[in-house]
Write a protein that binds this ligand. Structure first.
Ligand code: ZN
Length: 363
């Protein structure tokens, strides 16, 4: 199990006179979180900024941490402040910070790196070897204050409301996946319309996909996918939909697959519905190793399979801002609930039960 990052800003012990804050922490190796009022405000390093948090988004990852499944137990240090999706205002800057000043409304890329390895120095910092994620490997944003490196700060455009700015992290996952697959004037299949799958539908529409198909076992999500721009949404438990998609797409299959479910059968179905030479961008995380007919579904098909992780720093953020400012993204039906952080239990339960889709909490 990784320990908290050496050198990462984290509150350990409040020296006398240090301010404290409200924070949601993983207080023990088990389910739920605890809201405490006496967490020391994080001490910033010279190249960090301290952000006063306004709103945060609850992610599927936070659900794993809440439920304390095998992944969370193997990765999350007990005692950590959770949360990685936020918007807030810079309160204080470290002594070596040059790019940003207090008062700026910001979100931040949650993947931090020391910018030393090959990928972080060649435009792919989102897959740096030393990536530490806020709210997972180091203290996160479900708190009144969060500390992030200056390089990770994203100034939020004035016309983007707080509730949207709080969920730029998952929206960026959707934008990264859609952009990597190059969907313009192509037929697109989205398997799994959870939060990011639904976001991918509206992003793909905005990015010029000619037709969008979706699958999900939940009829409410299928209906919403259609409202957001899918021409058809199928229940994947009846796999006759694969033939329907092939028929609709020149008898060959969809040009692009965006796999968002992390369900083993969905990948097989999705690749079966993809045309030869198509592109599959995979974002959904599987529970563990999976079985896949590589011969028929990848090799003979001649398709391109892309693994998608995080957001490109910061190409995805610029694309996301352009798409938001274009007015073409429909997020109102995706961001369904907002609670004060005191109601964190209800907020998490609303998301976990499926009653809510994206749930935001206000500090
Ligand atoms: Zn997230």
């Amino acid at each position: 199990m990784p320990t908290l990052t050496a050198g990462a800003p984290r509150a350990v012990k409040a020296p006398s006179g240090t301010h404290t804050m409200r924070a949601l922490i993983k207080h023990h190796a088990g389910t739920e979180l605890q809201l405490v009022a006496d967490r020391p405000v994080p001490a910033c390093g010279p190249r960090d900024v301290l952000v006063k948090v306004a709103k945060v988004g609850i992610c599927g990852t936070d659900r794993h941490i809440w439920e304390w499944d095998a992944w969370a137990a193997s990765r999350i240090p007990v005692g950590i402040v959770t949360g990685h999706e936020f918007v807030g205002t810079i309160e204080k800057i470290g002594s070596a910070v040059t790019k940003h000043a207090p008062g700026l409304r910001v979100s931040a890329e949650g993947h931090t790196t020391q910018w030393k390895d090959y990928n972080s120095r060649t435009g792919n910092a989102h897959i740096a070897l030393d990536t530490k994620i806020i709210g997972i490997d180091r203290d996160g944003c479900f708190a009144e204050y969060v500390c992030v490196p200056e390089e990770n700060v994203w100034p939020v455009h004035a016309s983007i409301p707080d509730k949207v700015a709080a969920v730029l992290d998952p929206l960026g996952n959707a934008v990264h996946t859609v952009m990597a697959a190059n969907v313009s004037a192509k037929s697109v299949l989205v398997t799994g319309t959870g939060i990011i799958g639904l976001m991918a539908v509206t992003v793909a529409k905005a990015a010029g996909a000619s037709r969008i198909f979706a699958t999900d076992i939940d009829p409410k999500r299928r209906a919403l996918a259609k409202k957001l721009g899918a021409s058809e949404a199928f229940d994947p438990r009846d796999d006759r939909w694969i033939a329907e998609i092939r028929k609709a797409c020149r008898g060959e299959g969809a040009d692009v697959l965006l796999e968002m479910s992390g369900a083993e059968p969905a990948l097989t179905q999705g690749l079966s519905a993809l045309r030869n030479g198509g592109t599959a961008a995979l974002l959904g995380l599987f529970k563990g190793p999976i079985r896949l007919d590589m011969n028929d579904l990848v090799i003979f098909k001649g398709c391109t399979v892309l693994g998608i992780n995080g957001r490109k720093m910061f190409e995805t953020w610029f694309q996301m801002e352009e798409l938001l400012l274009s007015g073409r993204l429909e997020l109102d039906d995706i961001i369904t609930h907002e609670f004060p952080i005191e109601q964190f239990k209800k907020a998490h339960e609303t998301m976990i039960s499926g009653e809510g889709i994206k749930v935001v909490m206000a500090l």
